[in-house]
Design a protein around this ligand. Structure first.
Ligand SMILES: [Zn+2]
Length: 121
C-alpha cells in the first residue's frame, strides 16, 4: 500500500516567521526551484496560542540538493543583528542579513546613504 507521489515533497526548512519563509521561497524561485510554503497553524488544538511555523517545502525531489545549497548559503550569511528593511525599489521587506533586495537587487537605503553622505560630527 504505497502512496507514492503524495509524500514526494520534501520539507526544507521551518521558519520562525512567514517573512523568513517568503524570503527563502524567493531565493528558491530565483534558482528555478519550485517550492511551497505550508503553515503549521494549530488554532484550536492547543488553546489561545497561535502556533504557527511556516515551512518551506520543495516540490521536486531532484531540486532538493540545490535547494539545500541555496539554504546553506542563505543561513551562512551573517546577520550582524540588523533590522529588516524595506526595499525602496519594490517595497519588499528584506531581512537584515541582506544589503540588497533579493527580488530586484535594489540597495538598502542606509547603505546608499552611507556611500554618498559622510557623517558630520
Ligand atoms: Zn526590491
Amino acid at each position: 500500500m504505497s502512496e507514492k507521489g503524495i509524500h514526494s515533497m520534501k520539507k526544507l526548512y521551518m521558519a520562525r516567521e512567514s517573512s523568513e519563509a517568503e524570503m527563502l521561497k524567493g531565493l528558491m524561485e530565483q534558482q528555478g526551484i519550485e517550492c511551497s510554503i505550508r503553515n503549521e497553524t494549530m488554532l484550536d488544538a492547543i488553546g489561545p496560542l497561535v502556533f504557527c511555523y511556516p515551512e518551506v517545502w520543495i516540490l521536486r525531489d531532484e531540486d532538493y540538493a540545490a535547494a539545500s545549497q541555496v539554504m546553506e548559503d542563505w543561513r551562512a550569511t551573517p546577520s550582524g543583528g540588523k533590522q529588516a528593511w524595506t526595499c525602496p525599489e519594490c517595497g519588499e521587506e528584506i531581512s537584515g542579513q541582506f544589503d540588497s533586495c533579493w527580488r530586484c537587487a535594489g540597495h538598502e537605503p542606509a547603505v546608499a546613504e552611507s556611500l554618498s553622505d559622510h557623517e558630520d560630527t
